[in-house]
Design a protein around this ligand. Structure first.
Ligand code: ME8
Length: 516
């Protein structure tokens, strides 16, 4: 039975204080692959991404650039949306936290926390990192030789003293620990789960929820001298877009709670501590899973707008092509761990797995069909043991990739698919269909049929990762648009003998480095 239930997946919403970098692209590509996988597997998917437009960092950057925060947000949010198009992201919505729908939802959640008795006014004094938009305990900071105090992520902190609303986070310590205990999959991967549990066990202080020393944010209801702390507003985006709070009878309310919040490891505390506590306070269902991917390292160094070592995803895509880049990051980086990349590594991957792998298998087998089988998918004769083993490997991919994807081991799913391509290469070489042409043409037809069906299944399964190229592969084997879902894998959708094929065009060209 196909599972057609709702599946809601989100990326973090990015700060549009600069253009998107490759870290943002990576998160979007990985989340897109998961969303596409679930859609092809029958789920009713809602996939959300967007921009996080309020807060002190936005206000400071805008001032430096001599524009208003809204102008800065408009300009760079457009860049993030353009990046989504460039990356072929299949998000169903793009949320901006400056939109009226978001202001409305944030007020509802704030009032619910207030009604629960969890908000009170006091004054805050402590350390704040504008770059992280985070409060830190003194013990988490460090005064370095340069005379500057830094927070745990290596960003400078400043002393803040102001009137503020507080959230009674301290009262949620035990509730959160109990929740983590009862829901072992709530936080992943395991390193992040351990990190969060030890942070919560070390003791939670009440959280400052509003700021009074600047005004670029959502005003606190009935106390407009305060704007909400940007993370209160930012986290709520996930629920805003479903209309769960503001349009409970609407078509998207069914998507809350989210199945997966996909984020980077630097923002796990906000998603796995503050967010569930806010939701508990507001009496709302909690997301099922928060999964933190690692950081992409540029020559071993963390990239960030503030460090200025940002790699522009547009350049990378223009240089290597979109699907090769998507493939590289999804295959090369163990999802959940940090990943390093270089032009050489990208080139090697493209050539070994795509050009020499699936590209070559498809072109060799399909051009033999076009030349030797009257341009039509051949009849499949009686299956030998080798044929059966080959088809069984391809048929088994749905179950194995489904379990890898559910475990967020994206790289393992991709690896398993490409392993079947290698197996098919060995099968094809071992069966020598070119030699059978004269001696046993019917047997040649069967070998080509089996190989082409492996190409079909591999192409169906590659759609989440390299959507455009996989679709070209499926065109080569003449699979109609309505027979490309996971329900068509295995026996159900076997190639139909007699279907005409055209001479295959190359789908994955070899990467040749431009002359220096
Ligand atoms: O944190 N490699 O926004 P952001 C991989 N607005 N991922 C990276 C990365 C890198 N080098 N650099 C950043 C924010 N990311 C908040 C989120 S959500 C309610 C609010 C990831 O623009 C980062 O971990 O700084 C985060 O998941 C996303 O990019 C946006 O980062």
């Amino acid at each position: 039975m196909t599972d057609t239930s709702p599946f809601y997946i989100t990326t973090a919403i990015s700060y549009p204080n600069g253009k998107p970098h490759i870290g943002h692209a990576y998160e979007l590509i990985a989340t897109d692959a998961m969303a596409r996988y679930q859609r092809l597997d029958g789920r009713d998917v809602f996939f959300l991404t967007g921009t996080d437009e309020h807060g002190q960092k936005m206000q400071q950057t805008a001032r430096k650039e001599g524009v208003t925060p809204q102008e800065l947000a408009d300009r760079n949010s457009a860049e993030f949306q353009a990046m989504g198009k460039l990356l072929n992201a299949s998000n169903d919505d793009f949320i901006r936290t400056t939109e009226p729908r978001h202001h409305e939802a944030v007020k509802v959640i704030w009032n619910r926390m207030g009604d629960a008795g969890d908000l009170y006014k006091d004054s805050y004094s402590g350390w704040y990192s504008v770059r992280d938009e985070a409060y830190y305990q003194e013990g988490e900071t460090e005064l370095r030789a340069d005379g500057v105090r830094y927070g745990p992520q290596g960003t400078p902190v400043e002393w803040v003293e102001e009137e503020s609303y507080f959230f009674k986070l301290s009262e949620y310590q035990d509730k959160l620990l109990k929740y983590y205990e009862e829901n072992p999959d709530f936080i992943g991967p395991a390193e992040r789960r351990n990190e969060v549990i030890s942070f919560v066990k070390s003791g939670l202080k009440d959280l400052s929820m509003s700021r009074t020393t600047f005004d670029w944010g959502i005003p606190v209801p009935k106390d407009p001298g305060h704007v909400m702390y940007v993370w209160v507003d930012a986290l709520t985006n996930y629920i805003t877009a479903t209309g769960y709070l503001t349009d409970p009878e609407g078509p998207r309310a069914k998507y809350w709670p989210a199945d997966i919040h996909m984020i980077g490891k630097d923002i796990i505390r906000f998603h796995a501590v503050y967010w569930p506590a806010f939701l508990m306070s507001a009496g709302l269902p909690l997301p099922k899973r928060v999964f933190a991917h690692g950081f992409l390292l540029n020559k071993g160094e963390k990239m960030s707008k503030s460090l200025g070592n940002v790699v522009d995803p547009v350049n990378l895509v223009e240089h290597f092509g979109l699907d090769p880049i998507r493939y590289f990051f999804l295959r090369e980086v163990s999802f959940g761990q940090d990943g390093s990349y270089s032009e050489e590594a990208i080139a090697t991957r493209i050539n070994s797995d795509l050009a020499n792998g699936i590209g070559n298998l498809a072109s060799r087998s399909l051009s033999m069909i076009v030349k030797n089988c009257d341009g039509k998918i051949p009849e499949c004769g009686p299956l030998s043991d080798e044929d059966k083993v080959m088809l069984a490997s391809a048929d088994a991919l749905l179950a194995s990739t489904r379990s890898d994807m559910n475990a967020l081991a994206i790289h393992r799913a991709v690896t398993a698919i490409i392993a079947v391509v290698s197996e098919a290469d060995r099968y094809f070489a071992g069966q020598e269909p070119w030699a059978l042409k004269k001696t046993n043409p019917a047997r040649m037809g069967t070998v080509l049929y089996v190989t082409a069906d492996v190409v079909r299944q591999v192409a169906i399964l590659l759609q989440p990762f390299v959507p455009e190229s996989a679709s070209k592969l499926l065109d080569l084997v003449a699979i109609p648009a309505d027979s490309r879902t996971f329900a068509d894998l295995g026996e159900a959708g076997r190639l139909v003998p007699g279907t005409p094929l055209e001479a295959p065009k190359p789908v994955f060209p070899r990467y040749v480095a431009p002359e220096a």
